[in-house]
Design a protein around this ligand. Structure first.
Ligand code: ZN
Length: 283
């Protein structure tokens, strides 16, 4: 099942994409595609609705981030060996975690608005995991039972702010629109193996990243187990699981995004994003 949120930014409505690719409204069935709607019983209720009985959305609707009311976005750094190497780092012995704020989320085709003073804005295609069941001290063997679904994320990163001063990653990864999410949330029952997905990213039509989730150092189940030792994961929380090789920082010469560029990225079965890069908001 492909769940979406559509409509103007900040006023998105819940919907789904039916098997024929038609956007249908879930208004009146669920309040939002958010934590309470991602619990197993709530997803079963949505699944039991015949898609043809839901009204088709006629207008050309903007898609928003497919999960609303996100409590936290836990991100994992250097989770692919080739990416750790291109960043000049040794592969980590345990997961490196940081946060992105909810305000960084944007729709899969919304523009990415550069931060003022940015110079080295980079791309990172990532598999995002949406939690559907509270997770605290979860065993790795049970961890995937806590997943509601998966989607595409771009962990947009301003390397100048990430590396500058005390090197606080969070400052370079937190701008508004620095976490385009979607187009859809694909429920876990339609993703038989999250470690068997191809993920790719193009800048201006040129392939920059072409990886496989099989190459993660720490897989999704281990990440949920690991993170849940330190914090409770709630329904509607997200985990961004790290990016494969091919970021701008790792290229020779180094290549970064500027106004006028376009980024396209996708993951097998989880759809595609297409985002224009635009300059900072005027002061
Ligand atoms: Zn990342």
């Amino acid at each position: 099942m492909k769940l979406v949120r559509y409509g103007p930014a900040g006023a998105e409505r819940p919907g789904l994409i039916d098997p024929d690719g038609v956007l249908r409204s879930l208004e009146g069935r669920v309040r939002d595609i958010h934590g309470p709607a991602l619990r197993e019983d709530a997803l079963d209720r949505i699944r039991s609705i015949r898609p043809g009985s839901l009204p088709a959305v006629k207008e050309e609707a903007r898609l928003g981030a497919p999960v609303g009311g996100v409590g936290k976005i836990v991100c994992i750094g250097l989770n692919y060996i080739d990416h750790a190497r291109e960043a000049g780092r040794e592969p980590p012995e345990e997961p490196i975690a940081f946060f992105k704020p909810g305000t960084s989320l944007s729709g899969p085709n919304d523009p990415i608005v550069l931060l003022r003073g940015s110079r080295h804005t980079d791309w990172e295609v990532e598999l995002a995991v949406a939690i559907g069941k509270r997770a605290k001290y979860v065993d790795e063997a049970d961890a995937l039972d806590h997943v509601a679904g998966y989607c595409v994320a771009n962990d947009v990163s301003e390397r100048k702010f990430q590396a500058k001063g005390t090197g606080q990653w969070i400052l370079g990864k937190s701008g508004d629109t620095y976490c385009p999410l979607g187009p859809w949330l694909v429920t876990a029952d339609d993703v038989p193996d999250p470690q068997d997905l191809r993920l790719w990213l193009d800048v201006n039509g040129r392939r920059m990243q072409d990886g496989a989730t099989a190459d993660m150092i720490f897989g999704v189940a281990h990440l949920i187990h690991f993170i849940s030792r330190f914090m409770t994961l709630e329904p509607g929380d997200l985990i961004c699981t790290g990016t494969p090789a091919g970021v701008g920082l790792g290229r020779t010469p180094r290549t970064f995004l500027g106004a006028g560029d376009e980024v396209r990225l996708g993951i097998d079965g989880l759809g595609e994003q297409r985002c224009a890069i635009i300059g900072p908001e005027e002061g």
